[in-house]
Design a protein around this ligand. Structure first.
Ligand code: GLY
Length: 367
């Protein structure tokens, strides 16, 4: 069992990583219940796979779970479902000092976090992430949001959870494709600033994807520690430090937009292809070696993740993809910052990238 602190002054909290933690939920969550009750928000898929386990574990400790079950999928991060959820939480008498539980992947975590931000001007929440992507990334750091017609995550707030409980055994019921997509975010931590961890991924990534618990725990702990450190330094993404976590996301966003933010390309898959593109673009610009870019590409390919435009099911022109990038919420003063690489484990925020160069590179990538 590991307890990883996120140090943010009065908003500090712990992340607990332990195989089987869900079965001991009553002990871990007792302090967040009021009147022997906890409201647990989840989606239909997670309700089938994990909710009974949590409800039974809480019941053993005398805590009654009050489940709120929402539809699965990205469409749930909407104004409409947010309204349904808020009305339900008000009906259930959730008070400002209460904690609600987000049990699920990134969609549930982001939506519940945002609902908690605005319910009665702010209540508290606990994250129990059940996908690899949520365990290593979205449940930590307090980014909450919904999607609007203008784009993904454009309405939201920073609101830190009070506690994050990660049980790697909840990944056993996750489709392998989802595990792979989450693995892209694990690899990201190596590529950002930890070349040794990238080498660990090269050696142990296949076992992790295949279900090896030791590999999963090492990867989750390492990722969460890395993210906790970065969030502790730059909670609101103002200094450029937290922006490092967006490696691959600008290219990936364009690929996701081109494929309609659909099951054709999951978010983690877009990030995988985006990271490979960011490294190859860096190599093309003479910033990093072609060998490093090839090594990144080879590892993502070996993990059966998308690593270029065809494997991401994208055939659009560079101009079209750059047009998608212009809708990215990271646009600042008409410029789009890119995460580029000097080497594996050395990435940086480049604010002066010529979008014509990016478009030309993407056109070369189509050939
Ligand atoms: N997923 C990027 C961040 O939390 O900043």
């Amino acid at each position: 069992m590991a307890i990883i602190p996120v140090s943010l002054g009065e908003r500090s909290y712990d992340i607990l990583v332990a195989d089987g933690a869900l079965d001991h939920a009553a002990a871990h969550l007792a302090g967040y219940a009021r009147g022997g009750r906890l409201v647990v928000i989840t989606d239909e898929n997670v309700a089938r796979a994990q909710l009974p386990r949590l409800v039974n574990a809480l019941a053993h400790g005398g805590i009654r779970a009050e489940p709120v079950i929402l539809p699965p999928g990205e469409g749930t991060k909407s104004w409409e479902v947010l309204e349904v959820l808020l009305d339900r939480l008000l009906d259930l008498g959730v008070e400002r000092s209460d904690h609600v539980i987000a049990l699920g992947g990134g969609v549930i975590g982001d939506l519940v976090g945002f609902a908690a931000t605005i319910l009665k001007r702010g209540c508290n929440f606990v994250q129990i992430p059940t996908t690899l992507l949520a365990q290593v990334d979205s449940s930590v750091g307090g980014k909450t949001a919904i999607n609007t017609v203008a784009g993904k995550n454009l309405v939201g707030a920073f609101h830190q959870p009070s506690f994050v409980l990660i049980d790697p055994s909840s990944l056993d019921s996750l489709p392998e494709r989802e595990v792979r997509a989450g693995y892209a975010e694990v690899v990201k931590y190596g590529l950002i600033n930890d070349a040794d961890f990238f080498a660990w991924c090269e050696e142990h990534g296949p076992a992790l994807i295949a279900g090896d618990m030791t590999a999963r725990i090492i990867a989750i702990e390492k990722s969460v520690k890395a993210k906790a450190g970065i969030v502790g330094e730059d909670e609101r993404e103002t200094s450029g430090r937290r922006a490092l976590l967006n490696l691959g996301h600008t290219f990936g966003h364009a690929l996701e937009a081109e494929t309609g933010f659909s099951d054709v390309l999951l978010h983690g898959e877009g990030v995988a292809a985006g990271m490979a593109l960011a490294f190859r673009f860096s190599a093309r610009q003479g910033l990093c070696s072609a060998d490093d870019a090839a090594r990144v590409t080879a590892h993502l390919k070996a993990a059966s993740l998308p690593y270029d435009l065809p494997s991401a099911h994208v055939s659009a022109s560079g101009e079209t993809l750059v047009a998608h990038m212009m809708h990215d919420k990271k646009m600042a003063g008409g410029k789009l910052p890119f995460l580029l690489a000097r080497s594996i484990g050395q990435t940086y925020l480049a604010k002066d990238v010529d979008l014509k160069e990016v478009a030309a590179f993407l056109d070369e990538e189509r050939e």
